[in-house]
Design a protein around this ligand. Structure first.
Ligand code: GCW
Length: 659
């Protein structure tokens, strides 16, 4: 376990810092963490009598010299030294890691003063880890990096050294909360809340030195499953008492516990509907229990009918979260955060931004992203997701003059994401998927960061400075390989925003009709004449009308809907001409061929690094790229053949398709 890859925190002395003096003033466990980090970087700690230290870090809550928040800091470089004045101890820790980033990217002691504060006050990573190995999902649901770092052999691991290393990595990118278990809470995992509390407390103790609070996913049916009550009705006094006592016990064991994450009335999980109550009743029940302890309830908005009749074209899964939740706006307690997936469907490679995020002004709403690559290649394909997330964060639901999604989340519930980490030696299965975890933390901290710049920062930290020599070659290759990889993945998988077409169950690899006659609500409606889902107000499901202007009109009209979302909003003939000038069918053919060519190029690029980087890492990436190449061909041929057969329209360029 302990010899796992160091990710972006390479061990040993840090060039530019090692050998120098550091002055860290103040008394706090988190400052002790900073001291230990500085020592590990090769610095020596000095006292206040040596003000000429290379790095000085202090906390100043009062003077106005520091930001008002605990986690903020002001950093001043003068070309030779750096001074960090933090609003609190967590700001000092974040300030330290900013110095580490600057050292790696050639900006150490850069002259000037900058203020740093997290854009999102709540920055939580959700693990979908199970204690037991699930017969279908494995131990980590939608996990592509081995087993859980928290659980093994039916219980919390004895050796939590990997968790300690993880906590340090997360702290370095500003994550402040982690939920350790799957939102699908099975019988065994439900007991984390009760029988396993002492073990959960051991995990919390590993996160604590890094300023990270622990959360648990809980079952809404806990009063029945764990408490032996006959009901989990949120309005029932015995149920309320049960939850209050449960919360009291948790906080007695873990005083800095963060709160509960809940998936209710979704995909078979229990919820308030069973008793005729709604999601506000359910969320407020838990909110009341955790409020005395300053706890949060993350209540997920991923609620839809997963047993719908595919014959019924009026039911639209994309509408569901909005229809369920927006009528409840204003009824949620202050410590409830409604957690909304970034798109209305389910973490597809391309979806419009969920309209729910803009439709609940009186509710704390959080944006949920998926770092684990369930629908984006499952960490066998190299897909750098930061450009997609940046598009989501930048989306301005009320038009350019209004707030962005990043602003709306910042004003409310912050940001959440499903982690992509497991007990794999490279943490993420595909070593290059580490970049996604890194980028999530950085964008949660500052949504205005450029994805390409984040990528370069990650490369510099992970592979060494890209300034010159062989490192420069590594940096160039890794950058080129990942920079555009999201769009590459999109170009060989489901076209123009239509989504899915994946193998049912595993969600890996192509199966164009895999979900077409299923109850899951994910259809493309391709026939001999055309394809796409009519979600217009005029003739379709009305989903487009869930957006405020200008987007409702933009998406409603074929004249203005963006090409990449065409089939999400409209059912069109194959001969329909895109704004790009291409027809839908020709676009499908062209992009699938181009996508495979780009993957071929990625394979060649990586080959250039043979012998220049660690052999295990080289081989792991090479093997995954080989699989990506195979899989991309499979996607191309399934999709192209399917549409050639359906439409009977030949490729203008006469390439090999398989009718
Ligand atoms: O995307 C779907 C996944 C489920 C997951 C669910 C959710 C945890 O296929 O595996 O369950 O989303 O987000 O709750």
């Amino acid at each position: 376990m302990s010899d796992a890859h160091p990710m972006w925190l390479r061990p040993g002395p840090i060039p530019g810092l090692a050998g120098g003096a550091v002055l860290i003033t103040g008394d706090d466990p988190l400052l002790d963490t900073v001291r230990a980090e500085a020592r590990a970087a090769g610095m020596h700690l000095v006292g206040p009598d040596q003000p000429a230290a290379l790095v000085r870090i202090s906390i100043d809550r009062a003077s106005g010299g520091a930001p008002g928040t605990e986690t903020g800091f002001v950093l001043t470089g003068d070309g030779e030294r750096t001074v960090v004045v933090a609003g609190g101890a967590s700001g000092a820790l974040c300030g330290w890691f900013e110095i580490v980033r600057r050292a790696a990217t050639g900006r150490l002691h850069e002259p000037g003063t900058t203020r740093h504060e997290p854009a999102q006050a709540v920055r939580i990573l959700d693990h979908w880890d199970n204690i037991d190995v699930h017969p279908v999902m494995g131990q980590v649901e939608r996990g592509y990096a081995g087993g859980s770092i928290f659980f093994d052999a039916g219980r919390v691991r004895d050796d939590l050294s990997r968790v300690a290393a993880y906590a340090r990595l997360l702290a370095s990118i500003g994550i402040d909360r982690v939920a350790i278990n799957n939102v699908n809470v099975h019988a065994r995992e439900a007991r984390l809340l009760t029988d396993d509390l002492a073990d959960v407390a051991r995990i919390a103790a590993e996160f604590r030195p890094w300023g990270i609070r622990l959360h648990l996913s809980v079952s809404f049916a806990s009063p029945i499953v764990l408490g032996g009550l006959e009901t989990s009705d949120p309005l029932e006094p015995a149920v309320r008492a049960w939850w209050r006592e449960a919360a009291d016990r948790v906080w007695a064991a873990i005083p800095d516990f963060g709160g509960f994450v809940v998936k209710a009335d979704s995909e078979g999980q229990p919820g308030p509907f069973a008793d005729g109550r709604d999601h506000a009743d359910g969320a407020n029940l838990l909110a009341e229990a955790v409020a005395p302890h300053g706890g949060l309830v993350h209540w997920r908005a991923f609620v839809y009918n997963h047993t719908q009749d595919w014959r019924d074209r009026t039911t639209d899964r994309a509408r569901a979260a909005f229809d369920h939740f927006t009528p409840l706006d204003g009824r949620f307690a202050d410590n409830v955060i409604v957690q909304v997936k970034h798109g209305p469907m389910d973490f597809q490679v391309r979806e419009p931004v969920s309209p729910v995020l803009a439709a609940m002004p009186h509710t704390r709403v959080a944006l949920e992203l998926q770092v684990t690559q369930e629908y984006t290649g499952q960490q066998r394909h190299a897909v750098y997701l930061a450009p997609m997330w940046r598009e989501v964060l930048d989306f301005a639901p009320f038009g350019a003059a209004g707030p962005t999604i990043a602003d709306l989340a910042a004003a409310g519930g912050g940001i959440a994401a499903v982690s992509n980490v497991g007990d794999d030696g490279f943490w993420t299965g595909h070593p290059l998927a580490q970049a996604n975890l890194y980028a999530f933390g950085r964008l949660a901290w500052d949504a205005t960061l450029d994805p390409a710049a984040i990528l370069d920062e990650w490369i510099a930290l992970t592979f060494g400075s890209g300034a010159s020599g062989s490192d420069g070659e590594i940096a160039a290759v890794v950058h080129e390989l990942l920079d555009d990889s999201w769009s590459t993945y999109e170009s060989y998988t489901a076209p123009l925003g239509v989504g899915f077409m994946v193998t049912p169950g595993t969600h890996y690899g192509p199966s164009v009709d895999g979900y077409e006659y299923s109850p899951w609500g994910t259809y493309h409606f391709a026939d001999r004449d055309g394809i796409g889902v009519d979600r217009t107000v005029a003739t379709g499901t009305g989903y487009a009308g869930q957006y405020p202007e200008p987007w409702a009109s933009t998406y409603e009209s074929l004249d203005t809907v963006p090409d990449e979302l065409l089939l999400f909003f409209h059912h069109v003939p194959y001969s329909h001409r895109l704004h790009s000038g291409s027809t839908v069918i020709q676009h499908i053919y062209d992009t699938r061929f181009a996508g495979v060519e780009r993957v071929d190029a990625m394979v060649d690029m990586w080959q250039r690094l043979d012998g220049r980087i660690d052999g295990d890492l080289f081989a792991r990436v090479r093997d995954r790229l080989t699989e990506q190449q195979r899989s991309a061909r499979e996607w191309r041929d399934h999709v192209n053949t399917y549409f050639l057969r359906k439409s009977g329209i030949a490729d203008e360029r006469g390439r090999a398709i398989h009718p």
